[in-house]
Structures are given as structure tokens and as C-alpha cells.
Design a protein around this ligand. Structure first.
Ligand SMILES: [Zn+2]
Ligand SMILES: [Zn+2]
Ligand SMILES: [Zn+2]
Length: 335
């Protein structure tokens, strides 16, 4: 592998293959196969291993505290962050991003006997132990085996005449695979939690918007009732005026008093309606945003604010022309 220049592979044990149809051959490049996604990896797992993993996966409490190491370089990885950890392409164990880049950064070559020239775990050279499976031709470095599986595993591999490598017999790295599986499940749980939180937030926001829309509609009702009432009264009054001209008889003057009373009733009714609506707005918003303050209730402050826009207050004290002052009060229609 070109990514590891200068690393010479000394193959400790080679099983000569009787098969001549192996895909290898001196210096032949190895075809890349598509790497499964984590989800595909889990669903492709043999049922007995999947059952073992489900039963023995490390829980979130454990993983919150755990130190997880890259199995290739032994550096600690930030396993809580999905993009900091990779799954080893053939062993399904934890590897860091740097080691993954190194692993895929060069060309995997085989020697003249068809064996891989670099460790299939860490992609480095070194003292390699070769698989006895004629169809496999993988080799693993002693450093990787010793660091991850202990000295005994090295002896076992060296002494066995029929050693099936780690990729041929994955049960040898089962506990390390379990760690990757556990970390993957941890990410899934965290993702699920985040999604549920976001869904709850959106639901809450939709409810709040609903409440506001309802209140706006009620405000429209009050406003329309007032407008209609005013229109009808104005029309009746104009009709009466038209009939009697500029010199109304005494009964028309009484009618004027009645019309003024009716107008007052209408205004007060609208005011009551607005008062109730204002209460509703405050109640609904306190329910939707507990602890949040709904501004706009202090009418004097609101008026002052509006006066400032028209430059009112200062003019008053400096003796400015009162008739030119515009006081805007927007109690209902303020957005
Ligand atoms: Zn690493
Ligand atoms: Zn290695
Ligand atoms: Zn093998």
C-alpha cells in the first residue's frame, strides 16, 4: 500500500495455496467493494451475533463515561460525535477518521503468492501473520492483534497450522464489534431524542400560532360589529337630518340625545368586547409561553411611544401648537 511507504512487510507464516484461481498475483490491485452503511451492516448481521449484540450492547450511561480507542492507532476517539468515528470496513470495529483515510488512501497490493502486503486491520506493514484460508489471503500485523486482542491471540495465530484470520472468523473480534455496534446504537438513540424534541417544539409552535389566529379572528369580529353599528347609526342620523334640514323641531333635538346615547352604548359595548379580548390574549399567551411577558398592556406607555413618533411630548413643554399634535393610539390593530 503506497500510503505506508518504507514499511516492509515480513510475512511470518504463509500457507501455500493449492488454488491457482485466486484473484491475486504479484502486484495485482484489489477491487474495491461497496461498503455497507451502518444500518445495512446491522441488518446483514447473522442472527446469533445480532442477538448477542442486542443483549450486551453498552448503554448510554456507560458510553457517556467510556473512553473509546481507535483499534488501528490506539488514539482516543470522540465516539459521541458520529462524524469522528468510522466502522472498520472488514472488521466492523471502531477506527478513527485519520486511520480510515489512511486505510483507503493507498492501493492494496498482493505479493506474488496472492497475500495482502499490508495489515488488513491498520493498513501498515510490519510482522504479518497470514490467514490459512486459501480463499482469503489476508494478513494481520502482530501489533494490531496484540494491542487489541492480547499476547495470547498472537501466540494462538502463530502456533496454529490452520489459523482463520480475524475477517474469516469475526467471533475473534466480537467484543470490539460490540463496541462499534453500541456506539452506533448510541447515535441512533441521540438522533431519535433530538427528533422527538424537535417534533414537540414544532407542535408547540403550531399550537401557539393557532391561538394567535383565533384571537385575531375574534378581534376582527369586535371590530366589524363596531364598524357596522357605527354605519347604521350614522345612516339613521343623516336620514333624520336630511328630513328636517337646518332647523329641526324640538322632537328631533330629543332624537339627537337618543342617537348620542345609542352611540355611547355601542362604544361601551365595543370597549367591553375589547377588554375581554385583551384578557384572553394575555391568558392564552401566558399558557403558551409560561413565564414570558406579553407586552402592550400599558396603554399610557403605548401612547407615549406613539407620541414620540409624532414628536409630541417635547412640543407640549416648549409651548408648541397643541392642535398640530397627532396622537395615535393603536390598541387593537397593533401587530
Ligand atoms: Zn486511528
Ligand atoms: Zn495492523
Ligand atoms: Zn482470512
Amino acid at each position: 500500500m503506497e500510503a505506508a511507504p518504507g514499511a516492509t512487510a515480513t510475512t511470518e507464516k504463509k500457507k501455500s495455496s493449492s488454488s491457482t484461481s485466486s484473484g491475486g498475483g504479484g502486484g495485482a490491485q484489489v477491487k474495491r467493494t461497496r461498503i455497507l452503511s451502518d444500518a445495512e451492516w446491522v441488518s446483514a448481521m447473522p442472527e446469533d451475533e445480532a442477538a448477542y449484540f442486542r443483549a450486551n450492547a453498552k448503554d448510554s450511561d456507560f458510553l457517556e463515561e467510556a473512553k473509546v480507542l481507535c483499534t488501528c492507532c490506539a488514539q482516543q476517539v470522540n465516539h459521541k460525535q458520529e462524524d469522528m468515528v468510522a466502522r472498520h470496513p472488514i472488521l466492523g470495529v471502531v477506527m478513527c477518521k485519520r486511520c480510515k483515510a489512511f486505510y483507503f488512501g493507498g492501493v492494496w497490493r498482493r505479493d506474488e503468492d496472492g497475500y495482502f502486503e499490508h495489515c488488513r486491520w491498520c493498513a501498515n506493514g510490519g510482522e504479518l501473520i497470514c490467514c490459512a484460508n486459501a480463499a482469503c489471503k489476508s494478513a494481520f500485523c502482530k501489533r494490531c492483534i496484540k494491542r487489541n486482542l492480547g499476547r495470547n491471540k498472537v501466540s494462538e495465530a502463530e502456533e496454529s497450522e490452520d489459523w482463520r484470520c480475524l475477517s474469516c472468523d469475526l467471533s475473534q473480534v466480537r467484543e470490539l464489534r460490540l463496541m462499534y455496534y453500541s456506539v452506533y446504537q448510541y447515535w441512533q438513540r441521540e438522533k431519535g431524542r433530538e427528533e422527538a424534541k424537535e417534533a414537540r417544539r414544532l407542535e408547540r409552535e403550531a399550537k401557539r400560532q393557532d391561538v394567535v389566529s383565533k384571537l385575531q379572528k375574534e378581534a376582527d369580529e369586535v371590530s366589524r360589529a363596531l364598524k357596522e353599528g357605527l354605519f347604521l347609526r350614522k345612516k339613521a342620523w343623516m336620514n333624520a337630518k336630511e328630513k328636517h334640514g337646518d332647523c329641526p323641531p324640538a322632537e328631533v333635538r330629543i332624537d339627537a340625545l337618543n342617537a348620542a346615547s345609542s352611540l355611547r352604548r355601542l362604544i361601551n359595548k365595543a370597549r367591553r368586547g375589547l377588554g375581554e379580548l385583551d384578557k384572553k390574549v394575555v391568558e392564552a399567551m401566558s399558557e403558551s409561553y409560561p413565564g414570558g411577558r406579553v407586552g402592550g398592556g400599558d396603554v399610557a406607555a403605548a401612547e407615549e411611544e406613539e407620541e414620540e413618533v409624532g414628536g409630541g411630548e417635547e412640543d407640549l413643554t416648549s409651548g408648541g401648537d397643541k392642535s398640530s399634535q397627532v396622537i395615535l393610539v393603536q390598541r387593537v390593530s397593533r401587530q
